[in-house]
Design a protein around this ligand. Structure first.
Ligand code: IVH
Length: 704
């Protein structure tokens, strides 16, 4: 093929050719390294690379950020592709004190309807402080590795996982499909050597082994990951074509037999006392383990019981993490600043002299609210012996798990004489609107609403955040930039960016951090985000009291945006049974219902919402995959259930796609009535609704 000599190329031709070379060389790299099937021979590959470099040498300003000359060997990825987990990757609820462990045990027995004196068997094992990974094997072959991501969708890191020696590429004596889950981590020794090497190479050092492990897994070039000393412990599983065993402990044993590293400190314990003893033992061994752990995980051993206990939205009922006490450190509080959140809440933040708290450098901590600073709790009772917190104080800071650092105490003997009592503002520091406290609320809020720039920006940040619209390339930093430049003020403006600024692409790409490609990519990911599920959409609106779980509950109940907005309008007009309808939803209380309706009926809010909706295609929530005949029905449980507890009945039904309601109305399809059922069963009979006893219901859901 004839190619013009480089010194005869015009700027436009050079630009086009660099793009084409990037694509050809990129595809060749993928074919060679990922698919093991080279498409072009080595000589041609080298010639194209030389041509690319010559053009770049003549037009250095046209060099692309993703230039092939910057990529060495191995997999070239533009970013990681996304992977939808066949089964959600869960997180764990926490216990801090022995009482929490006894509560956990009692909760489980209550849920299962077991006598209080029964002793349950659990497994107890270290909670590894790393990042979770799922490995999918088909026919014994490792076919995919993915990070947890938001629990539903993670990143495909197969190439990187394959470089880790603890991750077997092939396993024997296993089910046809098996997803093995566990933790990637780095040992203390390896972490110290890695940081030393980074320092010597003039590269950035990592703050702790966990960050080092995460940074190493996130490399687009798997050759870099290969050089990082990562390890993997297997402790759980996802999709499986056949169970591994009948208990947690035996399943882990089988994983070990297949060649996975499993933790030697995993033990079976009978009852909560034994769990706490094992916690003490692991805690004592912690300094000599050689890797970071942040607690002990307890799991119900019997897998049938695990299945009966099931899941809450993101955590299993059958497991808990008993964390080690928080790390503490003393430092100077330089200033108290007020941040305004998306609901107008004024949150005091401590700006600290940077201090290392258990491996992480902390320079900000929350001070909660004005009462907390003054030394009182929400009921007016003294905390910290009534000591207030002042700028200039020496304060004790702690970190518990992943949560934001907090200020626990203040040392009055070290208080500078000039330190003055903090006066909490009664006007918003951002828009000067009054900041008021409602009765019974410990938070002071700016009433500025849309007038307040801080609330507007925080709302936008929330809108694009990970659990909401999750627009790639549009994070908190970009939102702030676009807001400051007057490009976006409302969420709807995001979706009008291309039309409004399409011609202004030039403007965008000339800004710091933006190029041709990143601008186009941004528009593409905005387009992708137009398809959004109803649950995410509702959550993204940032309505007070409507968090992820409530948003999902509403989405499942109403099914579509028109149905939900009609219910809100009717509730506002007090028409029909709409308030009752919203309040009957299991998991939606009066506080949430009121917030939802009062926010969404405000004319300005509603007008903005209508514009936003016109840009979107709002899809139904992903309902649990089920072929059950009861999916989609509304069911009310009443009276005493004898074969399972109310909680278990509810979650089993929900897993089959049933909407469980607390009250009987014309919308109810079935009432399941046990002994002692009263007015609800009567109302159902009056309305001609099907009434089943517990056994008949079980036959119905178990298919006879
Ligand atoms: S079990 C079924 N076991 O802790 C629940 N998790 O805070 C799945 N983790 O996302 C988790 N060590 O990344 C489990 N021995 C262990 C663990 C462990 C560390 C992590 C895991 C999870 C997080 C939850």
């Amino acid at each position: 093929m004839y190619r013009k000599p480089v010194n005869e190329l015009t700027q436009d031709e050079a630009c086009d050719e660099l793009r084409a070379l990037m694509e050809t060389l990129g595809a060749a790299n993928v074919a060679y390294h990922r698919d093991d099937s080279p498409e072009i021979d080595d000589a041609e590959y080298d010639a194209l690379k030389v041509r690319n470099m010559s053009i770049e040498a003549r037009f250095p300003f046209l060099k692309r950020p993703d230039s092939p000359s910057e990529q060495v060997g191995a997999t070239v990825a533009e970013g990681f592709t996304k992977v939808e987990h066949a089964q959600r990757m869960l997180s764990l609820t926490n216990a801090f004190a022995p009482e929490d462990v006894f509560d956990f045990d009692n909760r489980i027995k209550r849920y299962l309807g077991l006598p209080e004196l029964d002793t349950l068997t659990y497994t107890a094992e270290p909670k590894i402080d790393g990042l979770s990974l799922t490995l999918r094997y088909e026919g014994g072959e490792l076919v995919q590795a993915a990070t947890r991501g938001d629990g539903s969708i993670g990143e495909n890191v197969t190439e990187n996982a394959k470089t880790i020696s603890d991750v077997p590429h092939r396993i024997r004596d296993c089910p046809e499909v098996l997803e093995v889950r566990g933790e990637i981590y780095m040992s203390h020794e390896d972490f110290i050597s890695l940081n030393k090497a980074q320092r010597q190479a003039g590269e950035k050092e990592f703050a702790n082994p966990r960050n080092a492990a995460a940074g190493s897994m996130r490399q687009l070039n798997s050759e870099i990951t290969r050089q990082r000393p990562l390890r993997f412990f297997a402790y759980a599983w996802g999709e499986m074509s056949k169970p591994l065993a009948e208990t947690q402990a035996e399943s882990i044993h089988r994983l070990a037999q297949m060649g996975f590293s499993t933790n030697q400190l995993t033990t079976r314990c009978i009852g909560p006392k034994a769990l706490i003893q094992h916690h003490a033992l692991i805690s004592a061994r912690r300094p000599e383990l050689g890797y970071d752990i942040d607690g002990v995980v307890y799991k119900v051993d019997d897998l049938d019981l695990q299945a009966r206990l099931g899941l809450r939205s993101t955590t299993p009922r059958w497991a808990i993490a008993h964390k080690f006490p928080a790390e503490l450190a003393w430092t100077r509080l330089n200033a108290i600043e007020i941040q305004v959140g998306r609901t107008g809440a004024l949150s005091p933040v401590a700006r600290l002299h940077p201090v290392n708290v258990g491996g992480v450098v902390v320079s900000n901590a929350t001070l909660h609210n004005e009462d907390y600073i003054a030394g009182r709790d929400s009921t007016g009772t003294e905390i910290r012996g009534g000591k207030d917190i002042r700028a200039g104080d020496l304060v004790q800071v702690y970190r518990a798990g992943d949560v934001i650092p907090k200020v626990a105490d203040v040392d009055l003997t070290r208080r500078p004489t000039e330190a003055a009592r903090f006066i909490f503002p009664t006007v918003c520091p951002e828009c000067q609107s009054p900041a008021v406290r409602d009765e019974g609320d410990s938070t002071r809020r700016c009433i500025g609403g849309l007038v307040c720039p801080a609330q507007t920006i925080e709302k936008l940040k929330h809108f694009v955040s990970r659990s909401a619209f999750d627009i790639e390339g549009l994070g908190a930093k970009q939102v702030e930039q676009f807001y400051t430049d007057g490009w976006i003020e409302t969420p709807a403006d995001i979706f009008a960016l291309r039309t409004r600024y399409g011609s202004g692409l030039q403007q965008l790409k000339n800004r710091e951090g933006w190029g041709d490609k990143s601008a186009e990519n941004l528009f593409l990911s905005i387009d992708e985000a137009r398809h959004v599920s109803l649950g995410r959409f509702l959550f993204a609106l940032g309505i007070r009291h409507i968090g992820e779980v409530a948003a999902m509950t509403l989405a499942r109940y109403f099914g579509s945006w028109p149905a939900l907005s009609a219910a809100i309008d009717a509730a506002q007009a007090c028409a029909g049974p709409s308030w009752e309808d919203i309040l009957s939803i299991d998991g939606i209380g009066p506080k949430q219902a009121r917030s939802l309706v009062t926010t969404l009926v405000q004319p300005a809010e509603r007008a903005a919402l209508d514009v936003l909706v016109s840009h979107l295609q709002i899809t139904m929530e992903r309902v649990p995959e089920t072929t059950s005949s009861v999916a989609g029905l509304t069911v009310v449980f009443t009276g005493t259930l004898e074969r399972m507890t109310r909680a278990e009945a509810k979650s089993r039904a929900e897993a089959l796609g049933v909407k469980v309601s607390g009250s009987v109305s014309a919308k109810t399809d079935i009432v399941v009535a046990g002994p002692g059922a009263g007015s609800k069963a009567k109302k159902a009979a009056d309305l001609g609704i099907d009434i089943l006893d517990e056994d008949a219901w079980l036959v119905r859901i178990e298919g006879g």
